[in-house]
Ligand binder design. Structure first.
Ligand SMILES: Nc1ncnc2c1ncn2[C@@H]1O[C@H](COP(=O)(O)OP(=O)(O)OP(=O)(O)O)[C@@H](O)[C@H]1O
Length: 260
């Protein structure tokens, strides 16, 4: 599925949170949104998973306006892992993951064998199969995040919208999740704070500051020391990854020349 944000604007109480954001995610592409705290990344994602209606502009899925899509079809085709879906329900892990299949089922239809196998596979992929019978409220932050990622993936969406999915995950599980995203071949819009992970996984990166897109392009075009200094106010040395060539940012805690 192709996603197009077309001059997206969001205004709340007279304040612009997002201004004329235009960005395309091609079929099977992984596009990252990065930017300082409060720059509008989650606001943009909220428009895509329909938690927020934009004030101006449009979200287009395969050229079709998102708001013209029946809710059920949207729920089937777009999966979101957000900062808001910390489940308070005292469900087991397998019950939470199975909820990901709900948009594909009719009424109270039970899960068939194929559905159950999809759930098992997603739980195995996210390394939570051993937790299947556990109450989700008893899990650690990282375990819970992996369960919610499994729920999003088991939905087999055409578009995945991920807000800081590596939150709470240890480095192995961060890498496993990003590898999995690559493998699925699904169109992905992802917010990441870790610029090195963004450079490793994203085909393209859009940089937001104060609700506006500063630049967008391939990681090596976008993640320059100048950009990192002007947008984040941080001095970084950028080196190519010795194996992949992806830009990697090195930071030093010692103040360097010219650092405020
Ligand atoms: N309903 C609202 N009313 C007023 N301001 C809001 C509302 N929702 C978000 N904001 C503000 O809009 C700005 C953008 O928020 P958003 O959550 O999109 O930022 P973000 O880039 O995702 O930040 P972070 O990196 O901290 O997660 C913030 O300053 C936030 O306080």
């Amino acid at each position: 599925m192709r996603l197009r944000l077309d001059a997206l604007g969001v205004e709340v109480g007279g304040t612009a949170l997002l201004r004329a954001l235009s960005l395309t995610v091609g079929v099977g592409e992984i596009v990252g949104l990065v930017g300082p705290n409060g720059s509008g990344k989650s606001t943009a994602l909220r428009c895509v998973y329909r938690a927020l209606a934009p004030t101006s502009g449009a979200v287009l899925l395969d050229g079709r306006a998102l708001d013209s899509l029946p809710r059920r079809e949207g729920a089937r085709r777009v999966a979101a892992l957000t900062q808001e879906n910390g489940s308070e329900l005292d469900f087991t892990v397998e019950e939470i993951v199975a909820l990901g299949r709900a948009p594909h089922l009719r009424g109270n239809q039970a899960l068939g064998e194929r559905e159950r196998e999809l759930c098992r596979r997603a739980m195995a992929d996210l390394d939570v199969l051993h937790l299947a019978g556990r109450g989700v409220l008893t899990l650690s932050g990282g375990e819970r995040q992996r369960v919610l990622a499994a729920r999003a993936l088991v939905q087999e969406p055409d578009l995945l919208v991920l807000d800081e999915p590596t939150n709470h995950l240890d480095i192995r599980h961060q890498i496993d999740l990003l590898r999995l995203l690559r493998r699925t071949g699904t169109t992905v819009l992802i917010v990441l704070h870790d610029l090195n992970l963004a450079a490793a996984v994203c085909d393209r990166i859009g940089v937001l500051a104060a609700g506006e897109l500063v630049t967008a392009g391939a990681p090596r075009e976008v993640l320059t020391p100048e950009l990192v200094r002007s947008v984040f106010g941080v001095t970084a040395t950028v080196v190519p990854h010795p194996m992949t060539g992806a830009p990697q940012l090195l930071y030093a805690l010692e103040p360097s020349e010219g650092t405020p």
